[in-house]
Design a protein around this ligand. Sequence first.
Ligand code: ADP
Ligand code: ZN
Length: 619
Amino acid sequence: MPPQDILRRIFGYDAFRGPQQAIIDHVFGGGDALVLMPTGGGKSLCYQIPAIARQQAGHGTTIVVSPLIALMHDQVGALHEAGVEAAFLNSSLTGEDAAAVEKRLLRGELTLLYAAPERVTTPRFLAQLDALAERGQLALFAIDEAHCVSQWGHDFRPEYRALTVLHERYPGVPRIALTATADALTRADIVERLQLEQARQFVSSFDRPNIRYTIVEKKEPLAQLLRFIEREHPDDAGVVYCQSRKRVEETSAALVDAGLKSLPYHAGLPPEVRQENQNRFLREEGIVMVATIAFGMGIDKPDVRFVAHLDMPKNIEGYYQETGRAGRDGAAADAWMAYGLQDVVNQRRMIDESPAGEEFKQVMRGKLDALLALAEATDCRRVRLLGYFGEPSEPCGNCDNCLTPPVVWDGTDAARKLLSTIYRVHAASGLTFGTGHVMDIVRGKDTEKVKQFGHDKLSTFGLGKDYSEAQLRGVLRQLLATGAVGLHKVALENGHSFDTLCLAEGSRAVLKGDVPVLLRESTAAAPTKRARRGTVAAPAAQTLGVDEQVHYINLKTWRAEVAREHNLPAYVIFHDATLAEIARRRPQSLADLQGISGIGAKKLEAYGADVLRVVSEGN
Ligand code: ADP
Ligand code: ZN
């Protein structure tokens, strides 16, 4: 079958996305490929379709190397649902089950075999590959999450280094390596480590147009988060990232109190609880997972509708990786972050206090600065994000700054007053002070502490009395973010310590007026739900009429039962978008069902009659 027919008949999709067709043709024809595609771009089909096509052409089995044991099960389950012969080999199988899979492999019954890298390079497994190769029955090697081979990637796995044996031992078998994250350095490293110098590179745009980026000023983070979820995503699945285990626990409990289905996930939980929570997130609907960054690698749930950050990540790579888990199905999704003064202080301090060498710290500071600039930005967030990855673009129309251009006020005068106060208190006494005290002086508050140090005598005392505390806090945050103000840790006698403010290198330019300090007006009222850009599909159910909603809900109930019976996530049976389309069309016959995106031949045969029954019962 030509690839186009495989796409339609087996996977039930009408058209290839982006560079899929070019990649598939190249690999089907026996070429090597390195594929860089953002999360949700559709990498799996890039090797699954050539695998099926090459098998049909008599070339045998495709070996898929994947580091994520938890995911192999769902991937193979999805292939089964589509009627493709696939299996996995990893440490979760009993010896007996593994032997059965090996037997099927050697008999040539498998189109795809998923295996962990440490398994692929064992002498035992290589001997089996030898046997297949001798008969010309090794169709393709697919190396997923290829960045794992590089120590510059974010998830280095030494076992990946040994995969060069595949190329050396079976030079005639084509290889396709795939990853969603690779800056130039990592990409070059992948090519070298996997000996892919001859491979054709397919680099997609890293834009995720369906994700709307929003960064709000952190005031009462929990209340802000709740408002965001209640307004934009009341019944949706989402992930909330927090920095510490404690905050994960507290936040998840608060969401449950507010009536949401929420579960915690962090490395401090027992492994079986973690596993259970992850399974429920994948299999049930509308769960909000509150997690540390321990959660998420390889989670390919397509209908995560939002990713929220209650604490700021370390750098843009992390932010992009985490937010990228939203909206893999291509429907509208949100990346929402609350960002405040304390985030800047915490992240700077974490770098300062890390045991790493000065050179490494300098790199980390540079990366943090880029993220801070993104958070402080008053222009298009996406232009900045893509620019960071070396991709030029135009204002997007689908981020907070594009949708509601912020009212900007000039904080330069306030900044000067703060800076000269920080300078003067130090000049007067040799001491440094924290943010609260400095702001009190500028605002002319004669607190105990102000009087105690005679700071009401300073020439800047009360010069900024017209500014609100929130305004000054915003200015200070930006001064810290841009490196005009630094932190100086002061130890107390009781063993605690606190951060105080000092002038840093960037202060001179601000004092001289060379660098303006522009801040967004902090709007007290939350904006109303905003319109989305026309080209981005709304989540499946949002566009349905009332009657159609009834069908949609019935279909979801039916799907949940099937998924439970098969021990698979619901989206493996049918995507939300497919159910919504069925609800809309109200098919009367199998012929009506055919051609709906996501219904291939096997699914039509397996579920067609049931779906028609569910629809007719709801009429
Ligand atoms: P990635 O691995 O790149 O993150 P996936 O391979 O998981 O992405 O694909 C993301 C989603 O898009 C999946 O649910 C997949 O079924 C769907 N998809 C991929 N290609 C197409 C296509 N050509 N038409 C419709 N849906 C597609
Ligand atoms: Zn924008």
